[in-house]
Design a protein around this ligand. Structure first.
Ligand code: NI
Length: 202
């Protein structure tokens, strides 16, 4: 092949590559545009897990109540306990409307977080009352985390490893569908307001 022919073959590949990139970008943009209205919510979905009392549960536990869903783990040194304590304060501020809200804590550390360990952890007095704690096989937890767009990764070796994880509290509506994330950059009353507004459909 001549030098010139090589150059033109190369340009064909470059042009093909650019065209493909443009096509993928267009498809991604279209997917972004259609998802809120016509596609099912991007956050949430089916899961099959075990509660802290050993009961098998699935996404139907979200039906009929507003639910704050949080992924974390019982050995978490800082972020999880802080988030759960802040959430408890917000729920206290919510007053009687808190009756329509439940809290679901899903572990990202299924190896250590057995149902009994979850039960002990969720009884900490500064945390929300009557939380539902969920664990499962590593594959079940991975599927649930994926449905909720939660990232987690074991960090460190030995029995005292930690787990890096997304820390976001999702508010799901009584149909079990994603309503909004709760922002904790504000005092508890501000978090309670976000929940109340969602309940009011604001
Ligand atoms: Ni944590």
């Amino acid at each position: 092949m001549s030098e010139r022919a090589k150059v033109s073959v190369l340009s064909i590949w470059v042009i093909a590559g650019l065209a493909l990139a443009a096509l993928l970008a267009a498809l991604a943009w279209k997917a972004e545009r259609v998802s809120p209205a016509s596609a099912p919510s991007a956050i949430g979905g089916p899961f099959h897990l075990t509660s802290q009392s050993g009961t098998q549960v699935d996404e139907r536990i979200l039906k009929g109540k507003w639910t704050a869903v949080y992924f974390g783990y019982t050995s978490c040194p800082d972020v999880c306990p802080t988030t759960l304590t802040n959430l408890a304060q917000a729920i206290d501020t919510l007053g009687t409307r808190a009756r329509d809200l439940q809290v679901v804590f899903i572990t990202v550390d299924p190896e250590r977080d057995t149902p009994s360990r979850l039960a002990a952890y969720l009884s900490i007095t500064s945390f929300p009352k009557r939380m539902i704690g969920l664990t499962g096989s590593p594959a079940q937890i991975a599927a649930a985390a994926s449905a909720y767009r939660v990232y987690y990764k074991k960090a460190g070796a030995g029995p005292d490893y930690s787990v890096d994880h997304t820390s976001v509290v999702y508010l799901m509506n009584p149909d079990g569908r994603f309503s909004r994330p709760l922002s904790f950059d504000v005092p508890p009353a501000g978090v309670a307001k976000q929940i109340a507004e969602a309940m009011d459909g604001a």
